[in-house]
Design a protein around this ligand. Structure first.
Ligand SMILES: *Cc1c(COP(=O)(O)O)cnc(C)c1O
Length: 360
């Protein structure tokens, strides 16, 4: 039987046609109509006012911090329970991360954010919508606006997720999507920065293409980055965005199949009131099973699974960083796993995976 991966790429079928158009035009680098088309479909889908296609999500977060003027001596609050791509650009900017724990919904805890703002006087906050489920973004934006703290939404995992009908990534000052190979959509590697502030996106675009001033020769008043997406990858991105709704539907269906078939003392990642997550990965905790036994049994059957993200405040690289923790993410890391959630899975696959787990 073929190996089952956590979240493999799933092409729509249109990608090669669009790529062929790009090759026929010879605009294969970062200038070209598919970059514009990919940005436009992202805007119409998410209702973000401005969008910038980039080489990956990490670069998008980095540009957001740079545009907001976050630098040495500034504190940036961030979800501790996340992937390092969410936070490493705080270090690129020589700013200081402070890690905030989760609440019972697994995402960053608004009460702890409030405490941290009083204690640390941060310049910005990076919030992750973990595993595709919405964080308490409305409360947190309200708290941050009052305190003059910028909000960057790491929606790398949550493209297509909504709260009160509004898309993840469009609540804060900036939103970031990722099109890495394991995300709900992929361009093989890619990212998107969105914001309602047109000036900021213009500035990010300028910085993403080496900060070239408007001259026939190369003139630089500041330094930038080589972060812009190529037209070839944007062609893949357009074809992928066209099927976002189907992919969210299928991810949620896979989640419901796990709910149907898995037995025993388990808790799935919750979905907060009035929200609809994209269920990028089905994630859960076991009360009475050792996750490493589960991972081992699945692995012997050619099925990939993984522990949940190891919280950033537990990572050696951040051992001397400040944190406000309550034990929630540490417990989730001990007891939780991610199950295969690729949109190519059939109900029978999920049943087989669930049966293997039920028999442990
Ligand atoms: C994937 C991911 C990123 C990074 O995105 P890349 O496109 O891989 O750079 C950032 N944050 C989270 C939460 C992610 O899952």
């Amino acid at each position: 039987m073929d190996k089952i991966f956590l979240s493999p790429p799933h092409m729509s079928g249109k990608e090669q046609e669009y790529i062929k158009n790009v090759f026929d035009s010879n605009y294969i680098t970062s200038l070209g109509e598919y970059v514009n088309k990919f940005e436009d479909i992202t805007k119409t889908t998410t209702k973000a006012k401005n969008a910038l296609a980039l080489i990956n999500g990490t670069a998008a977060i980095h540009l957001a911090l740079r545009v907001l003027g976050v630098g040495e001596g500034d504190v940036v609050l961030t979800s501790s329970f996340t992937f390092i791509g969410s936070v490493s650009s705080i270090l690129y900017q020589k700013a200081t991360p402070v890690f905030i724990d989760s609440n019972e919904n697994w995402n960053i805890c608004p009460n702890l954010v409030e405490d941290a703002i009083k204690k640390y006087k941060p310049k910005a906050l990076i919030l992750t919508h973990l595993y595709g489920q919405m964080a308490h973004i409305e409360e947190i934006v309200t708290i941050c606006r009052k305190a003059g703290v910028y909000v960057i939404e790491d929606a790398a995992e949550s493209l297509g997720a909504t709260l009160n009908g509004k898309h993840s990534g469009t609540f804060g000052d900036f939103g970031v999507f990722s099109f890495n190979g394991n995300k709900i959509l992929t361009t093989s590697g890619g990212g998107m920065l969105v914001s309602d502030n047109e000036k900021w996106i213009q500035e990010a675009k300028f910085l993403s293409t080496q900060a070239k001033e408007d001259h026939i020769w190369y003139e630089h008043e500041t330094y930038g980055y080589n972060y812009r997406m190529s037209n070839v990858l944007a062609a893949i991105g357009l074809a992928q965005m066209e099927v976002l709704e189907d992919r969210v539907f299928k991810k949620r269906q896979i989640f419901s199949w796990y709910q149907e078939f898995l037995e025993g003392n388990i808790t799935f990642m919750p979905e907060i009131a009035n929200s609809k997550g994209n269920r990028w990965l089905t994630t859960l905790t076991f009360e009475d099973k050792n996750i490493f036994d589960v991972i081992d049994v699945l692995n012997k059957n050619g099925i990939e699974s993984r522990p949940l993200w190891k919280p950033m405040h537990m990572q050696p690289v951040f051992k001397s960083s400040e944190r406000i923790v309550n034990g929630v993410s540490e417990k989730l890391f001990q007891k939780g796993i991610c199950l295969p959630s690729g949109t190519v899975l059939e109900k029978e696959d999920v049943k087989r995976i669930a049966n293997l787990i039920n028999n442990i």
